[in-house]
Design a protein around this ligand. Structure first.
Ligand code: SF4
Length: 291
């Protein structure tokens, strides 16, 4: 880990990452890709020491309250004390300014800040996102080794449900020849139904790989699934999108379950929901089918 003062934090669409890099170790992590131009080892997490001060300053200057998004490129609950202190400070600032929050994490450490999330949700709106890729706990420890397993994330989702905080699950990626099965998808959807999630983001059954994360992914395939790298190379070459042969059948099942249980699934609709500040506006947005 290393500390760094940065120049800016909030993007034009009010997204922020309070750190760069991650130690959760997901074997398919896109944030490792070379295109992001990280100038340090991915595991040598860069903590933005002045993130709370920059956020305070940015929110003070806003004319309108907004949703703040975090967690897209690095997990806000990486278990490093300086990082955990920073995310709590940022949540306090968001709450104090009456802004909304859309926060994405794979870690149930977020429960530590539950009281703050409840307060944000009472004042404006809080949406918690997590990723579920495998129903199989043993497989989860291989493909997402340093963060809590799917079952713990499911428990976290239920806690949010019980506190009226809306949740969105990313079912992505499902890895060809590993967990792109009907059995796995059904298990994950069952968790989503039980946790009464608001929406599921799913771009199709498969994964994306590009320079930087492809090498890491293949190295992990060699370690844990001997022979599978060669199968991938034969089938997909250097493609960016690696679609599963089971995509059509599994997506059909996905849509059927979502429709049956009123789970929202259009990614644009869900991104729109997370960007919409006011709870009332959000409801109208749905009613008029803006997306
Ligand atoms: S939690 Fe997210 S950022 Fe961290 S390794 Fe996993 S996919 Fe990458």
């Amino acid at each position: 880990m290393h500390l760094k003062e940065v120049k800016g934090l909030l993007s034009p669409t009010n997204g922020m990452n309070i750190s760069r890099g991650c130690i959760h170790g997901c074997i398919y992590c896109d944030a490792r890709s070379k295109c992001y131009d990280m100038r340090h080892d991915f595991e040598d997490v860069e903590i933005k020491t002045n993130a709370p001060a920059l956020l305070e300053d940015a929110l003070k200057r806003k004319r309108k309250k907004c949703m703040v998004g975090t967690g897209a490129m690095s997990d806000p609950y990486i278990p490093i004390p300086e990082n955990l202190a920073n995310i709590r400070a940022c949540l306090e600032i968001i709450e104090r300014h009456g802004c909304g929050l859309a926060i994405q994490t794979k870690s149930n450490l977020i429960l530590r800040d539950l009281e703050l999330l409840i307060k944000i949700n009472e004042k404006s709106k809080c949406v918690v996102e997590t990723t579920l890729t495998t129903y199989d706990e043993a497989l989860c420890k291989i493909i997402e080794p340093n963060v809590c397993t799917t079952k713990a994330r499911f428990e976290m989702l239920k806690t949010m449900r019980d506190n009226d905080i809306k949740t969105i699950v990313w079912i992505s990626p499902l890895l060809p020849f590993i967990n792109d099965t009907a059995e796995n998808l059904r298990g994950l959807l069952q968790y989503c139904v039980e946790a009464k999630v608001y929406g599921i983001i799913n771009f199709g059954i498969g994964l994306t790989l590009r320079e930087g994360d492809r090498e890491y992914y293949y190295q992990k395939l060699d370690e844990h699934f001997p022979g599978l790298k060669q199968r991938y190379q034969q089938k997909y070459g250097n493609s960016y999108q690696l679609m599963s042969d089971n995509n059509a059948a599994l997506m059909h099942e996905f849509y059927t379950v979502c429709d049956k249980y009123d789970i929202v699934y259009g990614p644009e609709k869900l991104f729109g929901y997370m960007r919409t500040y006011d709870k009332h506006e959000a409801i109208q947005f749905d009613l008029f089918g803006a997306y």
